[in-house]
Design a protein around this ligand. Structure first.
Ligand SMILES: [Zn+2]
Length: 332
């Protein structure tokens, strides 16, 4: 096995630990370690999977943090960020996450209800039941999520979280998940972005049972993060860039996708998101929608739904349901 690279020091006492995500298009998660004399803070962890565990703990050991308590701060609920949180925090550390995303992590009943609602929506949109069931059984979002257990604390928008020498201003940025948070380090003029803004890839915006218009919320959150354009951006995956420029690109990207989704509805009235997604363009190399890999279809349909929900919220299209099936129509 190749040796893990030594964590990169980005600011005095703040390190990036690259955590590989084998077989995942995201390639790498950025875990950030904020070192303190008595205890340290880790922001995001990687999947609950051996490749992630080895790289993360090698990084923590190289930084000399393993013999003191480590508190974990999670930007959002996704398992590539949260999977190892209980292992890192152990009994001495606390896991902090937004109040909104927390139930998906430490309330198994809430998790079950959530997956049930998500599945119902995908079925309504025409996603084939068998492939949905197969995806549910093999979904890494479930198998590599943190186990139940761990001591969690909720964070609120605007709260100042003080952990040793580190002061993190909690900023709720709903969109990528309902409770996605960014953390602003005022003294250092740096912002931990999670998956709110990424530079090498477009953050996935899907539909959420608890959010009637996830893309609408995301676009509002993009505007909110503009105020931190002069800060050092610390994204959840891969490289950094110019935050203000990237916010502009992401906004333009979604405007384009909205027009594409609108055209699909206008040209194929009465179709559901599963069919409509096939009429949108995707970066995945596949000869046709039918040949699209199943997992990628799930992401594509999710993204299509978030655009349809936003178009409906804008009054440009209408969603009707009959006999458990959704159908979309353009408004003239
Ligand atoms: Zn994520």
């Amino acid at each position: 096995m190749s040796r893990s690279p030594f964590p990169e020091e980005l600011l005095p006492g703040l390190f990036r630990i690259p955590v590989p995500l084998p077989g995942n298009p995201l390639k790498e998660l950025n875990a950030y370690l904020l070192r303190g004399a008595q205890r340290s803070v880790l922001v995001d962890t990687g999947f609950r999977q051996s490749a992630c565990r080895e790289a993360l703990f090698a990084g923590l050991e190289a930084l000399g943090c393993l013999d003191k308590p480590i508190d974990v701060v999670l930007t959002h609920l996704h398992s590539d960020h949260s999977g190892l949180a209980p292992e890192v925090a152990g009994t001495a550390g606390t896991i902090y996450v937004s109040r909104v995303d927390r139930p998906s992590l430490d309330d198994p009943e809430a998790r079950r209800v959530f997956w049930g609602m998500a599945e119902r929506r995908f079925l309504e949109e025409g996603f084939p039941l068998l492939s949905l069931r197969h995806l549910n059984d093999t979904n890494p979002a479930r198998s590599m999520a943190p186990p139940t257990g761990g001591h969690y604390e909720s964070l609120e928008d605007g709260q100042l979280l003080e952990l040793g020498p580190w002061r993190l201003r909690c900023l709720l940025m709903p969109g990528h998940t309902p409770g996605q948070m960014c953390f602003f380090l005022e003294e250092h003029n740096a912002i931990l972005l999670g998956d709110h803004v990424l530079f090498d890839i477009t953050p996935n915006i899907t539909a959420w049972p608890a959010m009637p218009d996830a893309l609408g919320s995301y676009l509002v959150s993009l505007e909110r993060v503009r105020a931190y354009g002069g800060a050092l951006p610390l994204p959840g995956h891969r490289g950094r860039g110019d935050l203000t420029a990237r916010v502009g690109q992401l906004t333009a990207h979604h405007q384009c996708r909205l027009e594409e989704a609108f055209a699909a509805v206008r040209d194929h009235p009465g179709a559901g998101a599963y069919t409509l997604a096939g009429y949108m363009s995707w970066k995945i190399r596949a000869a046709s929608w039918a040949e699209f890999p199943e997992t990628q279809k799930w992401f594509a349909v999710g993204e299509c739904m978030s655009h349809l929900d936003h178009l409906a919220a804008l009054g440009r299209i209408e969603r009707r349901t009959a006999d458990g099936r959704a159908a979309y129509f353009a408004r003239s």
